[in-house]
Design a protein around this ligand. Structure first.
Ligand code: ADP
Ligand code: ZN
Length: 743
């Protein structure tokens, strides 16, 4: 069932005793439920209230006037209002908008917005002990030496605990309690102590280069001037961060709050330290790994306004900012902004909507803006600020292509090799001059596939449509989709042959094995997300690179973002073709973005960098764009390709993903939906077909894809479509408007 069109939320609406009001609950239900305002109470739209739900209680938000016809005696009463700031109208309107657009339940989005309030325990009002100004005699207590000592010790001071006062007076704390009870001492409430340090817009202002200053002043001019979208498009190392920090400084100076959205992977200690260095204080954080206390602190600080800047992942968009004045989306092209578990939405696109609802500016920053964003700039919907050169006249890295067909790797004593002779030579030179190299391969583990030499049987995950990946470090075969892990079997389950398994293709562990064999004197380290699980591990690794305890780093994209390593001058991309296979609308674009980003790691400061791309397809537009540094022609051909096929943003896609434990039921549901599919001009329905990951964690998955003309909103079509069929409850239907993943 889909959410009904939701209620408009008006900021100033008040509801007095007896009124029927809609309360939206943070649950994946269709729409708000109606309740009654009890005798003697009054609520405003946005109030966070507790209501009965079945036999339990739930926390929800007053959304507007009641919507349903309910007999008055059936209507249950709101219990009370929580002592927390109300959900601002702009956030309520935003939630309604996102729910309508993404066809998600508004409650599922509200859950992100108010989750910390659901388990809300009003903070213990902090108090301090002070003298009440009443003498012992006037308070009617006998003067004793211990009591006199306390009165002498307190004077005009305040103490936050009775133990502290007792300690100072040299008495037991029981004495203090007696004096409080008698009225000679009193408890005074303390003001709310914000856990957030103040931020100073002028704290460590860098001296900007003329081009940077110009870019900064364009962004600064947008602050306070209503809604605008500006794309900050500058090569890696041009100083985009320094530039958007200026806009943040302007918003802070105007007393506004700021939200910086980063891809989860870029939320590192380094990026926080950089912010703190610039503004003299730490920002509030928001991401999925925060503990409850930190989450609650950020939530309350955002709602009360003392958290001035939030650096967060996608869901920070739904925080109840009291007075948001600017949004920054850094690395706007990152597909990680598409949230795909639970509520499905694209945080970059929805951030633009949030800015529009709040009539504030938003900055989309990237060295490789997404195709959608480029088109929005061309159409004049978004402004653009361009920074074509690196800060400090640093040169862009030299990028060259290695044709793997012409330069096959030479097999060594250790076995198969993955590094072609030109790359091996470049590593030799790099090591000889005391510099560092990164061998980049976006594949964890030792080998992506293991097969039986005797019969060709491939080891695959029992729960997913995926090969098992050999990890030598942990001596296990792992599924990278569901986490399944098992030791390598001794014999083939298909033909029974013993010791017949061979690894196929490289992962970073295998490339590291080759590097160790080729350069026995060098310090080689393989890193991937699974080798860097502790947050401190990342920090240690960064220090190991900076202090040159590593000569050759073999890594996945965990290191592709935002780090600056002055000694790292060579980047070898082991398999530049890796992201290009498979059916994905954005495969080439993403490969270009990723490899551009990785290339940006090579050389920055005094030493120029060099990048080598190993490819089997040197003429591929992505390789050519990277080698020539001319991404315009590449983007042009991508745009033309999408336009010719009426693919987004020239047409619209909406995916329906059917899943369930019973394959027969899933297939039947697919057929039911296909039979009821919308028809008409500008409408096309593809599928149902098994998803690329047809089996994921033991769940069968099929997909349908609705393709509509740009001018045709898919939401009403999908609503009607789903309302017209009956899908058994064992089959889950997920709707993904503007899908980015086709798995
Ligand atoms: P980008 O985000 O465009 O890759 P950054 O903002 O990270 O670029 O800047 C790259 C590097 O140059 C950083 O180490 C940054 O501190 C430094 N930098 C950029 N501009 C300046 C400046 N005006 N003064 C001092 N350092 C700067
Ligand atoms: Zn699996």
């Amino acid at each position: 069932m889909l959410p009904a069109q939701s209620t408009p939320a008006d900021d100033s609406q008040q509801f007095s005793a007896g009124a029927q009001v809609a309360v939206l609950l943070p649950l994946p239900v269709e729409s708000a439920y109606d309740y009654k305002v009890p005798e003697g109470a009054e609520f405003a739209a946005g109030d966070i209230v507790e209501v009965p739900l079945g036999r339990r209680f739930e926390v929800g938000v007053v959304w507007g006037p009641g919507q349903h016809e309910v007999r008055p005696e059936k209507l249950r009463e709101i219990v009370h209002k929580l002592d927390v700031p109300a959900v601002p109208g702009v956030l309520r309107r935003f939630i309604d908008w996102v729910a309508d657009y993404t066809l998600q339940s508004p409650g599922a989005l509200l859950r992100i917005a108010i989750n910390p309030a659901r388990r809300w325990v009003p903070p213990q009002a902090a108090t301090a002990i002070a003298s009440s100004g009443i003498s012992l005699a006037a308070a009617g207590v006998k003067s004793t030496p211990a009591r006199e000592k306390v009165m002498a010790a307190i004077g005009h001071a305040t103490f936050t605990t009775s133990t502290a006062l007792a300690h100072k007076a040299g008495v037991s704390s029981g004495v203090i309690r007696q004096l409080i009870d008698a009225g000679a001492l009193k408890l005074v409430p303390l003001p709310y102590a914000s856990p957030f340090t103040p931020l100073d817009p002028k704290h460590a202002r860098p001296r900007l280069e003329p081009a940077q200053a110009e870019a900064a002043s364009e962004l600064v001019a947008k602050v306070g001037a209503g809604f605008s979208v500006t794309v900050l498009d500058g090569v890696t190392g041009s100083g985009k961060t320094e530039v958007y920090y200026e806009a943040i400084a302007a918003a802070l100076a105007a007393g506004k709050q700021v939200l910086i959205l980063l891809p989860e992977i870029a939320l590192t200690a380094q990026s926080l330290a950089r912010f703190a260095g610039r503004f003299g204080g730490v920002p509030a954080l928001w991401h999925s790994d925060l503990n409850y206390k930190a989450r609650r602190e950020t939530w309350a600080g955002v709602a009360m306004g003392d958290a001035r800047v939030v650096i967060g992942a996608r869901s920070a968009l739904f925080l109840p900012f009291r007075d948001l004045g600017l949004i920054i989306v850094d690395e706007e092209h990152e597909s990680a902004f598409k949230q795909e578990d639970g509520a499905i939405y694209h945080a970059r696109d929805m951030a633009v909507v949030r800015a529009r609802e709040g009539r504030i500016p938003i900055v989309l920053s990237s060295a490789t803006p997404s195709l959608e964003t480029v088109i929005n700039v061309r159409k004049g919907r978004y402004g653009r600020v361009h920074m074509p050169t690196r800060y400090n006249a640093a040169a862009m890295p030299r990028i060259s292509i290695i044709d793997m067909k012409a330069n096959p790797p030479e097999k060594g004593a250790w076995g198969r090799a993955w590094l072609a002779p030109p790359l091996v030579n470049a590593v030799n030179r790099t090591l000889a001059s005391g510099e560092q190299a990164l061998l980049f391969l976006n594949r964890r583990g030792y080998a992506p596939l293991t097969l039986c030499r005797t019969c060709g049987h491939r080891l695959h995950c029992p729960r997913c449509t995926a090969w098992l990946v050999e990890h030598k470090l942990t001596r296990r075969l792992q599924c990278h989709h569901c986490g399944f892990a098992a030791p390598q079997p001794e014999s083939c389950s298909s033909c029974g042959a013993k010791e017949s398994f061979v690894p196929c293709g490289p992962g970073i562990e295998r490339v590291a094995e080759e590097a160790v064999a080729r350069w026995p004197d060098a310090n080689v380290r393989a890193v991937a997300s699974d080798t860097l699980e502790r947050p401190s591990a990342v920090q240690e690794l960064i220090e190991d690179i900076l202090d040159h305890r590593i000569d050759i780093l073999v890594g996945t994209q965990v290191l592709a973002k935002g780090h600056h390593f002055p000694g790292l001058t060579l980047v070898g991309v082991v398999d530049a073709d890796l992201g290009l296979s498979g059916w994905d609308l954005r495969a080439a674009e993403r490969t270009h973005q990723l490899l551009h980003q990785v290339s940006g790691r090579a050389g920055r400061a005094e030493k120029p960098g060099q990048v080598m791309l190993q490819t089997h397809d040197p003429a591929h537009p992505v390789m050519q764009a990277l080698a020539t540094g001319e991404s315009e022609a590449f983007m042009e051909s991508e745009i033309m390709g999408r336009e010719a096929l009426a693919m987004p943003p020239f047409g619209r896609l909406t995916a329906l993903i059917l899943s369930g434990p019973d394959e027969v039921a899933v297939i039947a549901a697919g057929r039911t939906l296909a039979a009821a599919a919308p028809r008409g001009d500008g409408i096309e329905v593809l599928g149902p077909a098994p998803a690329f990951m047809a089996l994921l964690r033991g769940i069968h998955r099929h997909r349908l894809l609705l393709k509509t003309d740009r001018g045709l909103a898919p939401q009403p079509l999908v609503r009607e479509w789903l309302d017209s069929v009956k899908i058994p409850s064992s089959v889950r239907v997920q709707i993904d408007v503007d899908p980015y993943s086709f798995y």
